[in-house]
Design a protein around this ligand. Structure first.
Ligand SMILES: Cc1ncc(COP(=O)(O)O)c(C=O)c1O
Length: 400
């Protein structure tokens, strides 16, 4: 009989994938379903990037590469960090992995020993705590609130740090809340970290280019250079250049950590896809004209969704600074009854009933560690968003 490993038994399956599966099943049964659970831009990869990949294939760039990235891509990443973040990294301080997800996992496997704690502000991206568990560490979620814009405060950070704290995991703009930290907010967190030299910072900047209303993006090593020697600045091409399927993520950090991550890769995945690496060189070095118009489009969609959801009875939807998600509170719906007589006791009851009654598929907040909320992704067309938000409004109005 098959039994899961001890390590895997600590981990739960992805709740976002489960929600998507359920919606797919209902669609197969002929129901009219709108999915608000997508985690990727609904645009195609830019042409110049595709062409670079085709050229790489034609030029025979189809073999194993250096384990943690081709020199050309590492140079492009160093240039990006310098140009956009004012951070100086040398190629031996850069890791390229098969996706941002793999960067995070390689960093945790490379650095965590049993009992090591990772502070994770909630709501968090679903994969963080389970990755930490798989790598043998202990996730320490810290609940933020709608009042602080879903951001960790300096006081909360100070309280959460113990002698076993190894990492603080920051994600700005955030999946699922869209919240992004200002320079002053990062400054306040940095001041706490300066008092605790054993704590390193892993900052997931995946959504850096999706910020709105002239919000100025900052990353923590830029705000406090004294943290540079214990920060892993992680990023990728997935969201900024609509390249989720290409599987390229990267990070800049201290040489010893980068070497340890390379060691993990050398015995597991080896290099990220050679062709995708050449495509990523073009994404970072080539024209950046893809970014601005999409930023603008996402901002318009955000405004539409926030406005429509705030008109739904019992919902409160803050306006996030970035990413392509909103994270409304459904506290006003808790305790109410659906038309079918079901009492909404949790945010999962809310999203399940919403799916059954109106065919709109969102993900419940418990999956992201903070209830009672739900996540709506607006990485879909304006028409579909209008339809979806109207369904949510109808559903909320039907509760009694
Ligand atoms: C916050 C965050 N970090 C990392 C990733 C992973 O990105 P990639 O597709 O490059 O593995 C995602 C993807 O959804 C994300 O939302």
């Amino acid at each position: 009989m098959f039994t899961e490993s001890q390590a895997l038994r600590r981990v739960k399956p992805s709740a976002t994938l489960a929600a998507t599966d359920k919606a797919r099943e209902l669609a197969r049964q002929g129901k009219n379903i709108i999915s608000l659970s997508v985690g990727e831009p609904d645009f195609d990869t830019p042409e110049n990037v595709k062409e670079a990949a085709i050229k790489a294939i034609r030029d025979g760039k189809t073999k194993y590469t250096n384990t943690d990235g081709i020199p050309e891509l590492k140079e492009a990443i160093c240039a990006k960090f310098s140009r956009e973040n004012g951070l100086t990294y040398k190629p031996n301080q850069v890791n390229v992995s098969p996706g941002g997800k793999a960067v995070l996992y390689n960093a945790f496997v490379a650095s965590l020993s049993p009992g090591d704690e990772v502070i994770i502000p909630a709501p968090y991206w679903v994969s963080y705590p389970d990755m930490v568990l798989l790598a043998g560490g202990e996730p320490v979620p810290v609940l933020t609130s709608i009042e602080t814009g879903f951001k960790l405060t300096a006081e909360q950070l100070e309280k959460a740090i113990t002698p076993r704290t190894r990492w603080l995991l920051l994600n700005s703009p955030s999946n699922p809340s869209g919240a992004a930290y200002t320079k002053a907010e990062l400054r306040a967190l940095a001041d706490v970290l300066l008092r605790h030299p054993q704590v390193w910072v892993l900052t997931d900047d995946m959504y850096e280019h999706l910020v709105f209303d002239d919000f100025e993006f900052w990353t923590i090593a830029q705000v406090e250079p004294a943290l540079y020697d214990r920060t892993l600045t992680m990023n990728g091409v997935s969201k900024a250049y609509a390249m989720t399927g290409w599987r390229i993520g990267y990070a800049g950090g201290p040489v010893e950590l980068i070497k340890a991550m390379e060691k993990v890769m050398s015995q597991t995945t080896s290099n990220a896809c050679s062709i995708s690496q050449w495509a990523a060189v073009e994404a970072l070095n080539g024209t950046q004209e893809f970014i601005k118009p999409h930023q603008k489009l996402f901002q318009e969609r955000r405004d539409l969704v926030v406005s429509m959801l705030n008109q739904a009875a019992g919902l409160e939807c803050p306006t996030p600074e970035g990413a392509f998600y909103v994270y409304p509170s459904c506290a006003g719906a808790i305790g109410k009854k659906t038309q079918g007589g079901r009492v909404i006791q949790t945010d999962q009851d809310f999203t399940e009933a919403l799916l059954e009654q109106e065919g709109a598929n969102a993900v419940h907040g418990a999956a992201f560690g903070l209830s009672p909320f739900f996540r709506v992704s607006y990485a879909t067309s304006t028409e579909r968003l209008e339809d979806a938000c109207a369904r949510i409004q109808r559903f909320c109005a039907s509760l009694s």
